[in-house]
Ligand binder design. Structure first.
Ligand code: PSU
Ligand code: MN
Length: 308
């Protein structure tokens, strides 16, 4: 197996068995505009450190798979306007060709697992797009959750997706979807939705226990933790719903397909909501970073206490 390049911090944490939290980089290159993308990436890393874990931002730089970026590398990536978007299908090709790319949820899970990292924090996952019955557009993130044993903390999924179908596909593929502290599935901008969450947990220690239990059962695949956006940062649905409809309509009439669809919708929503979506995004990503750090610490502690 290939050995990724570890940053100094990540290498030290791995050696001492300290808790680590993986972070994706597509949110930096294709999810937020410069320079807020860099500021948010730095804040998320700081939040994970403040909660007792080491952040490991994952990306491919000039063909090398990096697990943990130093501050200069993070800044370079945030400024790379033409970075590729790497999902499972693209990762090996980008590395073979010596190019630079940012990892999606799917590719970040692959790299995290390779590095022995159990927990990964992000904003929103990819899912089943609206109109998927025509377009067949279903994110590779869902298949990855079904096969790679990493616990992914997100704020649910954006309503650019069909949330009900997304939950159905996750259920079909045996992915536990666990809402944190509430009975309903959170919907990224909104703390709740009309959809009941398949599972609920109120304690990060139990999420850690379930993660270890899946491993002990030899089950492939990860867990999806759906952590609601803090209430004070929510965007009311009467504001966001028509803008999502507009963005989806524009994607359709412009003939967007494949991996271009999600980045197009994300950047249109940033434009359409102006500052508001960015503020909400920052609040929810930081909230996810905190929960992920707590789960990672619990996993480390529970492993120690059961290893003789
Ligand atoms: N949804 C968001 N923000 C994001 C993404 C999705 O709300 O940044 C990014 C993530 O990297 C996710 C990817 O893994 O888009 C999914 O892309 P696709 O739908 O093409 O699989
Ligand atoms: Mn897609």
């Amino acid at each position: 197996m290939i050995r990724p390049h570890y940053s100094k911090d990540v290498a030290e944490a791995r050696e001492s068995g300290a808790p680590l939290v993986a972070l994706e980089s597509t949110i930096i290159t294709h999810g937020m505009p410069w320079p807020q993308n860099l500021e948010v990436a730095q804040q998320v890393e700081a939040e994970i450190r403040a909660h007792g874990a080491t952040p490991a931002t994952i990306a491919v730089l000039d063909g090398t798979l990096h697990v943990g970026l130093d501050p200069a590398q993070l800044e370079t990536l945030a400024k790379t306007a033409d970075a590729a978007k790497l999902s499972r299908a693209d990762l090996a090709v980008c590395m073979a060709e010596g190019r630079t790319g940012a990892t999606t949820v799917a590719a970040t899970m692959i790299a995290a697992h390779l590095a022995g990292i159990d927990v990964f924090a992000t904003g929103g996952i990819g899912g089943v797009h609206q109109g998927a019955e025509q377009s067949f557009d279903i994110s590779a993130d869902l298949a990855e959750l079904a096969q790679t044993p990493v616990t992914v903390v997100c704020a649910g999924a954006k309503a650019i997706l069909d949330l009900a179908k997304t939950l159905e596909v996750l259920e079909t593929n045996g992915v536990p979807v666990i809402a944190y502290g509430q009975d309903h599935f959170p919907a990224f901008w909104s703390a709740t939705s009309s959809l009941p969450a398949p599972l609920r947990m109120d304690d990060p220690a139990m999420m850690a226990r379930a993660h270890l239990m899946r491993g002990a059962l030899g089950l492939a695949g990860g867990q999806l933790i759906a952590n609601p956006i803090p209430r004070k940062a929510e965007i009311p649905s009467e504001i966001i719903t028509p803008l999502i409809a507009q963005a989806n309509h524009e994607a359709k009439i412009q003939g967007m397909t494949g991996k271009a669809v999600t980045p197009f919708l994300l950047s249109r929503l940033f434009e359409l909501t102006e500052g508001r979506s960015l503020k909400a995004n920052i609040a929810l990503v930081l909230n996810n970073a905190r929960l992920a750090a707590n789960i990672a610490r619990e996993i480390t502690d529970q492993r120690k206490s059961t290893t003789p």
